[in-house]
Design a protein. Structure first.
Length: 620
């Protein structure tokens, strides 16, 4: 906040301000020092913005995995063109080496001090402690839990990255501006990270997807518009999904619209309503809901007839379109969207099946991710607050998941309080070639929904028993997985997944007939192939490289006479000459076996001065 009134200044000076202990800072690990530097740099940015626009209202400004951000409400719009000016002011604040000081203050006094700051008031009202802390540097005072560096001089190596819309407490309309930056302990690390960011921009699926004619985005649409080439990729993943579920699963398809009473019965209305698209009746009352998940209506399917223990485990798959009312600021291309399809399945089973079924799913995860050559991390997410059901059932479910992970030999971390409201879960995050983690797979153990929907099956002794449900997804959503794959492979997809697998390039008109023959043989074998005739061969090769076509076949007099093709692979300058039948079999083998025939070069960033991978967002 900006100290505007004399009485505010006098009040603040009356507090017990203490400088940040420099000797303590020097004893910290590199990780902890970097976290403090990043958090402090967010305050440096706020100080600079306050000098530029004194009436700015400040919300939160935490450290993040590679930098910091501050959500603000400025008195006038702030855009990308203003970042350089803010950076110049930040450099002055850094040069002034303003000391960071901390003071405790009673919550009641803080409420009076921040009476004109709506976001700070909201934060304070959610804090249970009767005492909070303030930090100040120069003329900037912030409600903050800390910790910080001793002074602003430690924040020399920074760069502001972007300006975006943000939300406060999931408001419907963008209410804040988010300024995001990065900060490092030395200039070399900063330069390396900025170079890494340039590589991530080059691989951004929001750029590559439209460039490769896979999909496009439109401000009128709630999700991507899929083009024919992108639909091929999507369909191939669906085919892989169906191959994986095979005969072990049955597949259903349920409606998109349900009356809200379904979600009241499941508990989602109380726990998930803010994420739903709700249709109202003529009097403005909630009536129908666009389905945000497949769980409740799969319970209805199980209930359609009396089930026997002989049917268990009953594995029910559904790849239906789902809709979730995500905040505008959270939308990110295909990676987080309001309209998506999950590779969903619900497995109904008895207690005796739990371990074997979870082990089977863990094996499925490893097998599917192995097709794409991606590594992954596993987390056990435990009971959140609030949660649904009895604590004892939660404890049993968590113990079952833990036992299965240990029996499978999976290394995992525990994410306390990150489970779904109806049950604990195993979350799986794949690591892409840029070193980033993407939440995709999940295995959730649920004792609650069978109770909510009064599900029963007939046991061997004739008694009626309550089933347990496993919710599971491997891709997570097809949209997110495609977005991750595009960035992981830099747009160069494996042959089996590529929308265009082969392009035939005759050198001249005399070779058109032979090119057409090769093309026909490829198409008849089920290979996605095209013939290109216009412009020079070199131009057509460059165009095919830009489209990232896996195979380019050049045919001229020699190839026509010998029944061969000159084969050029994407990103490989050396050509091979081989019989067309041999080439056909090579491509078919890649398609049949879904081989990983593209080279993935990791370009992940690692700061040599620290092992820091991420930092938790600070409480306030």
């Amino acid at each position: 906040m900006h100290v505007r009134q004399p009485e505010e200044a006098g009040w603040l000076e009356g507090l017990s301000w203490q400088p940040v202990d420099a000797s303590e800072f020097d004893r910290l690990s590199p990780d902890d020092k970097l976290m403090r530097v990043r958090h402090s740099t967010s305050h440096v940015m706020a100080t600079a913005l306050q000098r530029l626009l004194p009436e700015t209202r400040f919300a939160i400004g935490p450290a993040t995995a590679q930098g910091f951000f501050y959500d603000v409400r400025p008195p006038e719009p702030v855009g990308e063109e203003d970042l350089e000016k803010i950076e110049e002011l930040m450099a002055r604040v850094v040069a002034e080496k303003q000391p960071f000081e901390v003071a405790p203050i009673a919550k009641s006094d803080a409420l009076r001090l921040f009476a004109a700051e709506p976001f700070k008031l909201d934060i304070l009202e959610r804090i249970g402690d009767e005492q909070v802390t303030l930090y100040r540097n120069g003329g900037f005072v912030d409600l903050c839990a800390g910790p910080h560096a001793p002074d602003t001089g430690h924040c020399r190596h920074f760069k502001l990255l972007n300006v975006s819309a943000a939300h406060w407490r999931r408001e419907a309309q963008p209410s804040l501006t988010r300024l995001t930056g990065t900060a490092w302990r030395d200039p070399k690390s900063l330069r390396k990270y900025l170079a890494f960011l340039e590589e991530t921009k080059a691989r951004d699926h929001r750029t590559l997807g439209p460039k490769l004619d896979l999909f496009s985005f439109h401000p009128w649409a709630a999700a991507a518009l899929w083009h024919p080439r992108g639909l091929v990729v999507r369909d191939e993943l669906f085919r892989l999904w169906r191959d994986f579920i095979g005969e072990d699963y049955i597949e259903i398809l349920n409606p998109l619209l349900y009356r809200k009473e379904l979600f009241e019965a499941s508990g989602h209305w109380d726990h998930f309503r803010e994420n739903m698209f709700i249709l109202h009746d003529g009097e403005g009352n909630p009536d129908f809901v666009m389905k945000p998940m497949n769980c409740p209506d799969t319970m209805l399917f199980f209930r359609t007839r009396t089930r026997s223990y002989r049917e268990l485990p009953l594995r029910v798959a559904e790849g239906q379109v789902l809709h979730r009312n995500e905040p505008t600021g959270a939308i990110h291309g295909l990676l987080r969207t309001r309209n998506f399809v999950q590779d969903d399945a619900h497995i109904f089973l008895g207690p005796e099946h739990i371990q074997a079924e979870i082990l089977k799913l863990i094996e499925m995860l490893a097998k599917l991710y192995g097709i794409f050559g991606v590594e992954y991390d596993v987390a056990l997410s435990t009971r959140p607050d609030p949660f649904m059901g009895e604590a004892q059932l939660w404890d049993e479910a968590e113990a079952s998941l833990r036992q299965a992970l240990e029996e499978a030999g999976e290394s995992y971390r525990v994410d306390e309080g990150e489970g779904a409201f109806y049950g604990p879960k195993i979350d799986v995050a794949i690591r892409d070639s840029l070193g980033r983690r993407w939440q995709c797979g999940t295995i959730q153990l649920d004792f609650q929904l069978p109770i909510k929907f009064d599900l029963k099956y007939s046991a061997a002794d004739g008694s009626l028993q309550r089933p347990i449900v496993i919710h599971r997804a491997i891709f997570g959503s097809f949209e997110r997985f495609i977005g991750v794959l595009i960035e992981h492979f830099g747009g160069s997809l494996p042959t089996w997944l590529s929308p265009e697998q082969v392009v035939v390039l005759p050198i001249g008109e005399d070779h058109h007939d032979y090119a057409a023959q090769v093309h026909r043989e490829l198409r008849e074998a089920g290979i996605r192939a095209e013939v290109e005739l216009d412009n020079s061969v070199n131009y057509r090769i460059r165009a095919a490289e830009e489209r990232k076509v896996p195979y380019m076949l050049v045919v001229g007099n020699r190839e026509k006479e010998a029944g061969t093709v000159a084969v050029r692979r994407h990103k490989v300058k050396r050509q091979r000459v081989m019989p067309s039948a041999e080439l056909l079999e090579e491509v078919l083998q890649h398609v049949r076996e879904r081989t990983l025939d593209v080279e993935v070069t990791p370009v992940s960033f690692r700061d040599e001065s620290t092992e820091a991978g991420s930092t938790e967002e600070l409480p306030y």
